[in-house]
Design a protein around this ligand. Structure first.
Ligand SMILES: Cc1cc2nc3c(=O)[nH]c(=O)nc-3n(C[C@H](O)[C@H](O)[C@H](O)COP(=O)(O)OP(=O)(O)OC[C@H]3O[C@@H](n4cnc5c(N)ncnc54)[C@H](O)[C@@H]3O)c2cc1C
Length: 547
């Protein structure tokens, strides 16, 4: 699928699409976003022509094929019709939606930030609110400190220790009269009108309707992250749990504790007991390995004491198609494999063909029953990113230039997991890492503050601005904990470079202190330190709260 993504990726330009078809028209007048209603667009293809040909010359037409449905339609629109369509949608959306209008002369320029992840939060933290108003739109009101998320699944850390409320990261969002946080998802962008269209993350009151609104921007920062890759394997979305958000960690913890208790019920068959006590992790990247390490610590330290009836039956299996921790140094990989085997983790090299309710089917026909399945096989562009008719880089993320701008549209920037350098920039797409996202956020905030100082903060005002040095990423190294107070620290700049790589208890101390100092607020730093100390002295919390 990854290859298919790359093959299908091309340069895409912004723009929405619209046809005369009644169904689609109605959909838009209801404020329905394009990317959620593919069939409407597919119905409309007969009327359309290639929008991009005139702009991009004689590039191969397959270059323009995209997974974004707006683009499927775009590729078949006549230019004039296409432009008329776009205008029509924009008019429809903007007249229908209530919202924040464009800023007026004399008002501060408005930076609209999509997302509350690593990139968005680093940017908002440093944005000069004397120069800009900020509007942040995201379906969650906090940032997740992802490197420590695996520890919350088994109770080594509490959930709130890794969640940083957005109002504490940028206090203007809670206080300033023209700065807002909206609990909503962006569903569309009209770059020509400088507007984003949104839908509240939760239903309003008793009706099932989500409220829709628009926000006009002077500068738009897209930092919406990525989605887990499932490679379209049947049953993954239905039966596996991803480990990306705090609510995923909560679900894992609840299920783990439920299974432990259920397996002790009288009369339960041996087969069911074995299945309930089988934890399967698919994906041997840092997240899968760290989670397996946490599970093994939990089993050794807590299950053995508090669930002694089943302590010898609980099992952890890690399934990986290739090698575990493939981005790490070979020596570290071997260390991690041996260490995890010694900790009781069973490795299976295999390819998952299908996931059923209580079992995994591998490509060689082997069936693996599970009580809990955690899926961690990497990330790819989200449905929302795919739907945007912005240029895309190899891999399908939003294409950016060296200054993190989305070329060909004005005042739009993209960063973090959802963005990657365009092929024409001659740079490699950076890995989906917190350190990349954070540094891009830091770079962009300096750029925006610089623009603000040059009076270029307003829409269309940055044409003659001096941008300065482009963004340069230097990899600081990788770390991963493997359980039993052991970790890996790989300080090489790249996979093929030479450098320091160490493993063991000392690395574990480096891992803990590095992350403790990176936790954003003093409040959470304190929580994390106290949670670690509590776990060491009293063990993990095993109370199952909630359903
Ligand atoms: C368990 C785990 C452990 C990790 N450990 C490490 C590590 O040790 N080191 C490391 O460097 N990296 C690590 N990573 C990777 C790192 O977390 C990501 O690379 C990083 O979070 C990317 O930051 P981002 O800002 O691009 O996206 P995210 O942090 O994913 O944030 C995306 C934001 O956008 C919001 N959003 C989504 N769709 C919309 C929409 N339509 N409209 C508005 N908002 C939207 C989301 O709610 C979220 O707030 C880990 C990831 C995981 C899951």
């Amino acid at each position: 699928m990854a290859l298919a993504r790359i093959a299908r990726t091309g340069i895409r330009r912004s723009g929405s699409s619209k046809t005369n078809y009644t169904t689609e028209k109605e959909a838009f007048s209801e404020g329905i976003s394009l990317y959620k209603y593919p069939s409407l667009l597919e119905n409309a293809t007969g009327k359309c022509n290639n929008f991009y040909t005139s702009k991009l010359g004689n590039m191969n037409s397959s270059y323009f094929q995209t997974r974004g449905l707006q683009a499927t339609l775009s590729s078949q629109l006549h230019s004039k019709e296409k432009i008329a369509c776009q205008q029509s949608i924009a008019e429809n959306e903007s007249t229908r939606y209530p919202g924040l209008e464009a800023t007026k002369a004399g008002e501060k320029p408005r930076v609209v930030v999509l997302g509350t992840g690593w990139a968005a939060c680093r940017l908002m933290k440093g944005l000069d609110t004397n120069m800009y108003d900020i509007v942040c739109i995201s379906p969650r009101n906090h940032m997740v400190f992802t490197p420590l998320l695996a520890s919350t699944c088994v109770g080594t850390l509490e959930f709130r220790s890794v969640a940083e409320p957005i109002g504490q990261i940028q206090s203007a969002l809670a206080k300033d009269p023209n700065c807002y946080f909206y609990l909503a998802s962006c569903t569309g962008i009209d770059t020509s009108k400088h507007e984003v269209y949104c839908e509240t993350a939760e239903n309003m009151g008793q009706s099932n309707e989500r409220h829709r609104f628009k926000v006009a921007y002077d500068k738009l920062v897209i930092a919406v992250g990525s989605d887990p890759l499932t490679f379209n394997i049947k049953g993954v979305k239905e039966h596996a749990i991803f480990l990306r958000e705090v609510n995923h960690a909560q679900e894992i913890r609840r299920k783990l504790l439920s299974n432990l208790m259920l397996s002790q019920s009288p009369g339960i068959s041996d087969e069911d007991r074995t299945r309930l006590l089988h934890c399967v992790v698919v994906g041997g990247g840092p997240t899968g390995v760290e989670f397996s390490g946490e599970l093994s610590d939990f089993i050794k330290a807590d299950v053995s004491q508090r669930y002694s009836h089943v302590k010898d039956r609980i099992k952890v299996t890690l399934i990986e198609a290739n090698e575990i921790l493939s981005s790490f140094d070979v020596g570290l990989r071997e260390y991690a494999t041996n260490h995890l085997i010694k900790s009781g983790i069973c490795f299976v090299r295999g390819i998952v063909k299908e996931v059923q309710k209580e079992r995994i089917v591998l490509s060689d026909g082997t069936e693996v029953p599970f009580g809990i399945l955690v899926w961690s096989t990497g990330v790819g562009p989200s449905e929302f990113v795919e739907s945007l008719n912005l240029p895309k880089c190899p891999g399908g993320r939003i294409g950016i230039d060296q200054w993190l701008r989305v070329p060909s549209v004005e005042d739009v920037f993209a960063l973090g997991d959802c963005a990657g350098f365009l092929e024409q920039s001659g740079r490699k797409v950076l890995p989906a890492l917190a350190q990349v996202a954070e540094r891009e956020g830091k770079y962009l905030v300096e750029l925006l503050n610089k623009m603000g100082k040059q009076d270029a903060g307003k829409a269309y005002a940055a044409k003659d601005v001096v941008l300065g040095d482009p963004f340069v990423y230097k990899h600081a190294g990788s770390m991963a904990s493997v359980g039993s107070y052991k970790a890996l620290v790989d300080l090489r700049e790249s996979k093929d470079a030479k450098g320091i790589s160490i493993a063991g208890f000392f690395s574990f101390l480096i891992w803990r202190s590095a992350y403790l100092t990176r936790v954003l607020s003093w409040r959470n730093r304190f929580y994390v330190a106290v949670n670690w100390a509590t776990t060491l002295v009293f063990g993990r919390d095993i109370s199952k709260i909630g359903n």
